[in-house]
Structure formats: structure tokens, C-alpha cells
Ligand binder design. Structure first.
Ligand code: ITT
Length: 196
């Protein structure tokens, strides 16, 4: 049997690379969403936005789709940028500079990454799970790996930023990896149900 198409409902290269690594032991034909498809993220939570993206891409392509809505919530900023993490500024560099400037007056550097994953078939939600990672916002960017806010997010227990970790380590401790740990058993059940 040919591998089942699964459309990654994202245009973020960093996320897509992580998805491909996290799903490499599944028999999917991983494809990315149609270029130029604009989806308005009108939800009030990460999960609402993940559902909106998964449904839009599945309806557009006629295949199963997997969406991720994620972001960084900073305690001293009342949870900002949160669901606005991508819209906070127009490039990774500007987002990092803006966050460090806003956080300058605060000694509380606690922050949390969240990743909401949703798999849908058309409008039908098949699986949804969330993963988290707690940490601290550094005073300066550190490390060259990853994407987005990775250089300023230090995982408390390890003392390293996501950008200082190799892919394997980020996969192990990160919010997306933690969400995938919950997704995988559900995905196995889904594949068995589809085959039978
Ligand atoms: P898609 O909607 O097309 O997937 P996006 O980048 O707009 O791409 P989101 O709306 O979910 O995705 O915004 C998430 C933002 O949060 C993302 O742009 C990064 O700035 C940040 N982010 C999410 N996961 C991250 C990670 O693992 N490391 C660093 N930053 C991350």
C-alpha cells in the first residue's frame, strides 16, 4: 500500500523541519500546504488556531492534515506574546529584540512554550494534543540552531537555550517534542483504523 499523504499545515520552515524528523518512523507521505494559501488565525487559544489551520488545509487539499500552533508566553508580560508570537514583529531578529527590550525592567524571566497539534480530515477533528516546555528568557541571544525565539529561551533544568541544543535534544525536551509524545500513540491508532 502506498504511504498515506499527510499535509503539514504550516509555512514555517523551522516547524516543517522538526515535523519531518518527529514523524520519520511513520508511513506517511509528508507534503506541505499549497504555496500562497493564506489562513487567518482568528482563534483565542493555540488549539483554536491549530484547528483553524488543520481544517483549512485539509479542505483545500482533500487529504489529512496536521497543524501546529505554538508560541511563547512570558510571565512578567502577562503571557505575551502568546498566540501573537508570530505577529509580534516581522522577523525572528526583531521579535527577539522587542521581547528583550520589553522584559528589560523585569527580574522575573519565567516563560513557557506551548505547542498545540491538530489532525483533521476535512472539518472532522481526529486528534488534538498540547505540549509544553518551561524555561527562562535569557538577557542575550545564545546559540545558532533552531528558529524563532530559540536563542533566548533557556530550558531551566539544562541551562542551555534551544538554539544551543542539537535537534535531538530539543526534540527530547521541547514543547513540540512533548506534544508529539502524546500524538504518536493516537496516530498509531488512527493508522490502524484507516487500514482496517
Ligand atoms: P504557520 O502558522 O504557517 O505554522 P507561524 O510561524 O505563523 O507558521 P504560529 O502562528 O504557530 O506559526 O506562530 C508561532 C511562532 O512562535 C513562530 O513564528 C515562532 O516565532 C514561535 N515559535 C513556535 N515554536 C517555536 C520553537 O520551537 N522555537 C522558537 N520559536 C518558536
Amino acid at each position: 500500500m502506498d504511504n498515506l499523504p499527510l499535509i503539514i499545515a504550516s509555512s514555517n520552515e523551522g516547524k516543517i523541519r522538526e515535523f519531518k524528523e518527529l514523524l520519520d518512523d511513520f508511513p506517511f507521505n509528508l507534503l506541505t500546504q499549497p504555496i500562497g494559501l493564506e489562513i487567518e488565525e482568528t482563534g483565542n487559544t493555540f488549539m483554536e488556531n491549530a484547528r483553524i489551520k488543520a481544517i483549512a488545509v485539509s479542505k483545500e487539499t482533500g487529504n489529512l492534515s496536521l497543524a501546529d500552533d505554538s508560541g511563547l508566553s512570558v510571565e512578567a508580560l502577562g503571557g505575551a506574546p502568546g498566540i501573537y508570537s508570530s505577529r509580534y514583529a516581522s522577523s525572528d531578529k526583531e521579535r527577539i529584540e522587542k521581547l528583550l527590550a520589553e522584559l528589560k525592567p523585569f527580574s522575573n524571566r519565567k516563560a513557557k512554550f506551548e505547542c498545540a497539534l491538530c489532525i483533521s480530515s476535512g472539518e472532522k477533528i481526529l486528534i488534538e494534543v498540547s505540549g509544553f516546555c518551561e524555561g527562562l528568557i535569557t538577557f542575550f541571544p545564545r546559540g545558532k540552531n533552531g528558529f524563532g525565539y530559540d536563542p533566548i529561551f533557556e530550558v531551566s533544568v539544562l541551562g542551555e537555550t534551544f538554539a544551543e541544543m542539537n535537534h535531538e535534544k530539543k526534540k527530547h525536551v521541547g514543547h513540540r517534542g512533548n506534544a508529539f509524545k502524546l500524538l504518536k500513540p493516537e496516530l498509531k491508532k488512527l493508522l490502524t483504523a484507516i487500514k482496517n
